[in-house]
Design a protein around this ligand. Structure first.
Ligand code: SF4
Ligand code: SF4
Length: 265
């Protein structure tokens, strides 16, 4: 899913896998990892960062990201922009480190660990299962010193649990839609997928200021919550994506519109 997999180790790891690592301000490579890197963003990353910066999601995306279309799946992803005028440094990097550290994206938190999701045979049949791997940037000296961690311990220390919980449904949508039998998304579907994934403020307008609410049978409490609650809106966005991408009948079109409103493939 990442645009660049150059430094990814091709060995699959588990939560119990161990590694030695330390990252601190006095290390010779301090801040090197936050330059010229392809940092793919998730829906919950955008919520956290736009809130911290007091921006709308539309403003945040315009100012700090670019869109990457995955060649294989044709899915659109937001990627953190690097500042070319500053030698490719992340826009949030300062000499003291990350200026949005408490709200840094999930992939920044995970580094030097990466996480993926794949369909595996389980006792309950085929199901999405997490897997892990190490990412070793050549300039990173963190592996040369420090304490031993398991991936489980690293996740807890970096606070990624809430990110994984919030993004899980979205990641499963990506996985379910990304297989050779599925047709490529056209420009319109890509734009809708991007909006429902990342641009919550635009998606809110789409829901409340178009004929959307008239078209579907929706739960009144859920609709009211979405007016002001960004997380509720994000979760509804995932529901909409499943419907729009024809993965599940998560939304019910009102009887009078049924013939004309079937989602096109
Ligand atoms: S958001 Fe922070 S941690 Fe992530 S690349 Fe930018 S400066 Fe580094
Ligand atoms: S390159 Fe590695 S050790 Fe150096 S600051 Fe980045 S994560 Fe830490």
């Amino acid at each position: 899913m990442l645009p660049s997999t150059e430094y990814v180790e091709s060995v699959e790891r588990t939560l119990d896998s161990k590694f030695t690592f330390n990252c601190h301000k006095d290390i010779s490579c301090f801040n090197k990892c936050c330059q010229n890197t392809d940092m793919l963003l998730t829906p919950f990353d955008i919520l956290r960062m736009k809130k911290r910066l007091g921006l709308s999601s539309t403003e945040f995306l315009k100012k700090y990201t670019y869109t990457h279309i995955d060649e294989q799946s044709s899915h659109p992803f937001a990627v953190l922009s690097m500042n070319e005028e500053e030698g490719g440094k992340c826009c949030f990097l300062t000499p003291e480190g990350c200026s949005i550290y408490e709200d840094r994206p999930a992939n920044c938190r995970y580094y030097p660990v990466g996480k993926g999701l794949m369909i595996r045979d389980t006792t309950d049949g085929p199901a999405p299962v997490d897997f892990y791997f190490f990412i070793k940037q050549p300039a990173c000296r963190g592996f040369d010193e420090g304490r031993e961690w398991t991936i489980q311990e690293w996740r807890a220390a970096q606070g990624v649990d809430v990110y994984d919980e919030m993004n899980r449904e979205w990641q499963e949508i990506q996985l379910r839609r990304d297989n050779p039998g599925k047709p490529k998304l056209d420009d319109n579907k890509q734009a809708l997928m991007f909006m429902a994934s990342y641009d919550g403020d635009q998606f809110r307008k789409f829901v409340f200021e178009s004929g959307f609410l008239n078209l579907f049978e929706l739960d009144k409490d859920e609709v009211e919550k979405m007016r002001t609650d960004d997380v509720a809106l994000m979760k509804f966005g995932f529901k909409y994506l499943k419907f729009m991408l024809m993965l599940e009948e998560t939304l019910k079109v009102k009887e009078e519109y049924r013939k004309e409103a079937k989602p096109a493939n």
